[in-house]
Design a protein around this ligand. Sequence first.
Ligand code: GDD
Ligand code: MN
Length: 389
Amino acid sequence: MMTLVQPVVPARGYAAEFGPEDRRATRRALELAVVIPVLNERGNVRPMLDRLNITLAGLQHEIVFVDDGSTDDTAAEIEAIARYDRRVRLVRRYGRRGLSSAVIEGMCASVARVVAVIDGDLQHDETILPRMLEAILEEGHEMAIGTRYADGGSVGDWDRGRVSISRFATRLAAPIMKTPISDPMSGFFAIRRDVLLEIVPRLSTVGYKLLLDIVASAPRRLDAVEIPYRFRTRTSGESKLDTAVVLEYFELLLEKMIGRWIPPKLILFGAIGAAGAVVQLAVLGLAHKIAGVGFAYAEIVAVGMAMLFNYTLNNILTYRDRRLIGLRWVKGLISFMLVCSFGAIANVGIGTVLYGQHGERWWLAGLLGIAVGSVWNYVATKWLTWRSR
Ligand code: GDD
Ligand code: MN
């Protein structure tokens, strides 16, 4: 059926070193690596491998699972198989989350000519993988993308809400794509590894949408072919797509649109800071006006609450990828409060100095104070509170 197999001509040095009769020289090169990101997918591991075993028979391939610390023994399940089947490998990551970065690391862990990614929950139709490989190795395309939005493809039985959200997200992505594709949200595609390596250093690797990241970060238009498939319904485990993932999508869009000038995390940090100011005022009003606490004490409580609010939200949203928990959460809160106290001093100090010079533009003095204080808070907490381990 497939005619992809090519006998390997080993590099000169290799042949010379091992001799032409070396049995390695008669083997066929690794053609395809299928990367499978998994997070709590234990029940899907074996069915997935059974299906791939049938679909990929005859192809020189390996399967690279990337696990981000599943708590349901997904890794143990993979190991039990990988110990006896050399085509199956496992990359374990600790203290980290994120679909895009997991997939990239899996792809970089292989030396196959073509690397593909497929979800580990059986929702993607693995039977089109050989067709993808053929499109790249035989027809010379750089990428092959599984699409739900072309003739023969479909989103399966997604409800209308999810369909329109996905369509809307797709439309938002159009301005940043250098290669026009119908389904940039697809988590199912294959790419020539040398092409990928060219792009990897430019990737944002934020969040879920690796394909979009690739077509937005590539310095040029890529030669991509689309292959339709029907999205299946999940039968085991559950989806990891939550509000934080949606937020990361906007982070990716922002980064690709304006990231060269302003980091998206700074924008989010600033927005949370603005919400924190509202919290501060509300607590101040409650404590001082309603509970009758003296102004100075009420202000201290209000500032403390606002810092706690900001810290908590930034820890959940802005720094989701390095969220602090347990004792680290407490240490983080202390460093956050210390840093922001300096920020407040800088804020007031700069405001006062500028006001002294240009009193008529008091609001500008105030705004600049806020800007400097916020940037300080952002930069200092990024390195002190949420530095990556
Ligand atoms: N290692 C790792 N780390 N794996 C993850 C993570 C993570 O942080 N988050 C999710 N996964 C794994 C899941 O275990 C699953 O195998 C796969 O990635 C997809 O996650 P789902 O939670 O099932 O996503 P979905 O079904 O809602 O969305 C998928 O399909 C869409 C349509 O193609 C994803 O592939 C989307 O990117 C895609 O748009
Ligand atoms: Mn899924």
